[in-house]
Design a protein around this ligand. Structure first.
Ligand code: MN
Length: 261
């Protein structure tokens, strides 16, 4: 008998978020789903690991575990402790909100998938673009087919995918596009308020993002009504700049003996 696939699901919105529940339910069609996710919202925690205190894993239902830590903590514990490395695929989401362009730097949803990839497992992250009410059906509908595709290709290549789905009913989605990361900025707005004790406090990150209009990007695909899938790599090297730089003007000369440490 062939063992069913084992799929680990996590997110950054917390284990009780509607998005992760829709994703876990959809992936049951592909294999045995295990959920290990933060016990509360952890959006924009990026790839943070908790190193200065112990973590707790709380079983909340069969094959469902809440971690009092970050998305990355959850995936690390899910793979290495809960499932002891017996994982075929890791899927993160469905995030309530876009992870387009530079969002992937800040996103806990993407980091959860990226941690799985760093640990050697195929992974993808799914997000629904938009604020307020999120239409999860299109993302949940795509998840099983994408999971099968990634599982099929996982033996021949390393795959880490970032998926963004327009916030509209499945019948209004125009198709799927393979994309590169675009650019999206939130500005530099700081809102100062006065707390009940008369001291100033500050809210950041509240601005509406601005998109750069560029063909082939995740931002444009979603704005055009398509599901965007971007393959991600870990290499942050600026290869174009590297090729243009010359070290001749930085010829190394050791400092004179006796200076410094
Ligand atoms: Mn989130």
């Amino acid at each position: 008998m062939v063992e069913p696939y084992r799929i680990l699901v996590s997110n950054d919105d917390g284990i009780f978020a509607p998005g992760i529940q829709a994703l876990a339910a959809a992936l049951e069609a592909v294999g045995e789903v295990w959920v290990v996710a933060p016990d509360r919202e952890q959006s924009a925690q990026s790839h943070a690991l908790t190193l200065a205190r112990p973590l707790r894993i709380r079983a909340v239902a069969p094959r469902r575990f809440a971690v009092d830590g970050t998305p990355t903590d959850s995936v690390f514990l899910g793979i290495n402790q809960v499932l002891k490395g017996k994982v075929d695929l890791v899927v993160s989401g469905i995030n309530h909100g876009a992870n387009l362009g530079e969002d992937v730097i800040y996103s806990g949803t993407v980091a959860a998938a990226r941690e799985a990839s760093l640990l050697g497992f195929p992974a993808f992250a799914m997000s629904v673009v938009g604020n307020g009410e999120h239409e999860l059906r299109a993302a949940a509908g795509l998840a099983p087919a994408l999971a099968r595709r990634v599982l099929k290709e996982a033996s021949t290549r390393r795959l880490l995918l970032n998926v963004n789905v327009p916030n509209r009913p499945p019948e209004a989605v125009r198709g799927v596009r393979w994309t590169r990361l675009g650019s999206r900025t939130y500005g530099a707005q700081v809102v100062e308020m006065i707390d009940p004790r008369g001291r100033p406090c500050y809210w950041i990150g509240g601005a509406t993002p601005q998109y750069t209009d560029e063909d082939g990007t995740d931002c444009n695909a979603v704005l055009d009504g398509y599901i965007s899938i971007t393959p991600l790599s870990m290499d942050l090297t600026d290869h174009r700049t590297l090729a243009q730089l010359d070290v001749a003007d930085l010829a190394w000369e050791p400092p004179p003996r006796g200076t410094g440490g």
